[in-house]
Design a protein. Structure first.
Length: 283
């Protein structure tokens, strides 16, 4: 009922899962990942315990294949399961039980010296879905891992995807210190639970995630001198806020403006938003 890709980035710093299905809220069931440990997708007649068991096995030092073998060996419902795993070193493994509904199958491979991936799906229009996802992943080298995962998911969707139709999609990416404010490892955790075009909607949400929940790079930071600070204060008051700092907090742009009452820099996109009088939604 699902197609997914589980991968480690080529630089070895990120792990992630992208998944879509004709199933309500597939993101609540299929993906799990932990930075420095690995990632897993459990689907078909999904055994949700696989998510936590797989990460525990990986954390104990098991390779992706060993972790997968343990999961399957210990599960009486193994023939109805489908699983993809990538470990801390980028080794990948995939499994499709004989009871999974056609078309069902998967593939694994290496992308770069440190990266690896597992692609799998069931009740698909055909093997071309998995093939398209693999090609898209391999053809998007150099992009951020979340964009590569999304590209693979979109390619699978375009190739036919779930033979029953579309309903939900999700994207999970982890890397050390990537969470909001740097306090956890969750770089991206987005779900489209019920939508006519879930992969397209997921792409829109990823754009918003980049704006609100990722930190500005040095190239995106505009220095704030006295003249610009005065302008920002005037624009914030025109927007109904008592100060620029208050505007930043209300508009949820804390990840893209320097901290403190007198910020040293502002993200160029946020500067465009406040100058254009937009409500801070990136629209």
């Amino acid at each position: 009922m699902t197609f997914s890709i589980v991968a480690r980035s080529d630089d070895g710093e990120s792990w992630g899962v992208a998944v879509a299905s004709k199933f309500l809220a597939v993101g609540s069931a299929v993906p799990a990942a932990a930075a420095g440990i690995g990632a897993v997708a459990t689907q078909a007649d999904a055994n949700l315990a696989f998510k936590y068991l797989a990460l525990a096995h990986l954390d104990d030092g098991a390779t992706a294949q060993v972790a997968l073998d343990r999961l399957v060996e210990e599960d009486e419902g193994r023939e109805d399961r489908q699983v993809g795993i990538v470990d801390s070193d980028g080794n990948a493994a995939t499994y499709t039980g004989s009871g999974c509904l056609a078309w069902a199958g998967g593939t694994t491979g290496r992308s770069g010296e440190r990266g690896g991936y597992a692609v799998q799906g069931n009740i698909l229009t055909g093997p071309e879905v998995v093939e398209a996802m693999e090609s898209a992943w391999l053809g998007s080298t150099g992009q951020p891992v979340e964009r590569r995962l999304l590209a693979a998911l979109a390619a699978g969707d375009e190739a036919g995807g779930d033979s029953r139709g579309r309903q939900s999609a999700a994207l999970l990416v982890v890397r050390d210190g990537a969470g909001y404010g740097g306090h956890d490892d969750v770089a991206v955790d987005l779900r489209v639970d019920d939508h006519a075009a879930p992969v397209t909607e997921l792409a829109r949400l990823l754009d918003l995630n980049d704006l609100y929940l990722t930190a500005s790079t040095p190239d995106e930071q505009v220095p704030v001198d006295d003249a610009l600070m005065a302008e920002l204060e005037d624009l914030a008051r025109a927007a109904g806020r008592e100060s620029f700092v208050a505007w930043v907090g209300a508009a949820n742009h804390e990840m893209r403006v320097d901290r403190g009452p007198r910020p040293a820099w502002i993200d160029r996109r946020v500067l465009e938003i406040i100058r254009e009088g937009r409500p801070g939604d990136g629209a």
